[in-house]
Design a protein around this ligand. Structure first.
Ligand code: GUN
Length: 291
């Protein structure tokens, strides 16, 4: 069994990006700039956004963090987005999700300039992705493709079973892996909460992408030997023994599944760090697109 080390791979990618930043600065005198907007005080979201901003500093990007209160109105947020859309200094920006329930998430995403939408969430960019045209591929699916690529996991002709149909992971992952691309050409089954006989389907999988958000959902009796398992889940579970008061659990029962798998991502240290590295990569692409 080989652990797909997202932490190490993300560090490699960030090092590559840092070298490119030095080159960009030398040749064009420009520095990529990512902005992140966060509304409210959700602990997990703040942790993620801080990690994104910190990662920018590490690779030599400029970064801006815009923190808005929980009671920010939809109009206030739309106004903030407009400011970022026209700010020539900002190459790309993200609005951390989920947003408070009084704000229409789709309306916010649609207000972002697609050229600056480094999350790849705008319908224009989702459409381009689905058509296999050059665009920003969302960071989590992009990170999974990159991890499979760098560990030479064969996807062509393989049966991939995706568990979960979210707009952020399950849906784009199923589209990308079926496409004619380097990490692609797979036969893909997408499953979800209404799927009948899920175990019968997962038992046929060569590669499983677990992205449903239920801790330790995938068990050893649901997989065949030598499967590749990508665990996208990251749930905070209360744990009084930890200083933070919680521990992180993936969607895969790592203890038992890792004994049967050929490749597996750990949680933490698997998909999570890759997501941040690929967001930086998209910001670098956005910056280069302006030259
Ligand atoms: N919330 C969970 N994942 C993401 C992400 O990739 N981007 C944004 N903006 N919000 C998220």
């Amino acid at each position: 069994m080989i652990v797909l080390d997202g932490k190490k791979t993300a560090a490699d990618i960030k090092e590559e990006i840092a070298l490119e930043v030095v080159e960009l600065k030398r040749r064009e005198n420009i520095v990529p700039h990512l902005a992140a907007v966060i509304v409210g005080n959700d602990g997990a979201s703040i942790t993620y956004v801080n990690a994104k901003v910190k990662a920018c500093e590490r690779v030599g990007f400029e970064s801006s963090l815009i923190r808005l209160p929980e009671n920010t109105t939809e109009d206030d947020l739309l106004n903030e987005i407009n400011i970022l859309n026209v700010d020539k200094d900002i190459d790309g920006f993200i609005v951390q999700l989920p947003l408070p329930s009084h704000i229409d998430e789709q309306k916010i995403i649609m207000a972002i300039d697609p050229e600056k939408d480094v999350d790849g969430f705008h319908p224009t960019n989702v459409g381009k992705m689905a058509l296999n045209l050059p665009t920003f591929i969302s960071a989590t699916p992009y990170g999974i493709l990159e991890l499979l690529d760098r560990y030479n996991v064969e996807t062509s002709g393989k049966h991939v079973v995706v568990i979960g149909r979210s707009h952020i992971v399950g849906s784009p992952m199923s589209i990308l892996l079926a496409q004619k691309r380097k990490v692609g050409n797979a036969t893909v089954t997408i499953t979800h909460s209404r799927t009948k006989n899920l175990k019968e389907i997962t038992l046929q999988a060569d590669i499983i992408i677990a992205a449903l958000g239920i801790p330790e959902f995938l068990k050893a009796d649901m997989i065949k030997d030598d499967v590749t398992v990508i665990d996208v889940g990251i749930t905070r579970v209360p744990d009084s023994r930890k200083k933070s008061g919680y521990r992180l659990l993936g969607d895969v029962d790592y203890e038992e599944v890792s004994k049967k798998a050929s490749f597996i991502t750990p949680v933490p240290g698997g998909v999570g760090p890759m997501t941040i590295a690929m967001l930086l990569k998209n910001t670098l692409i956005a910056c280069r697109n302006k030259i």
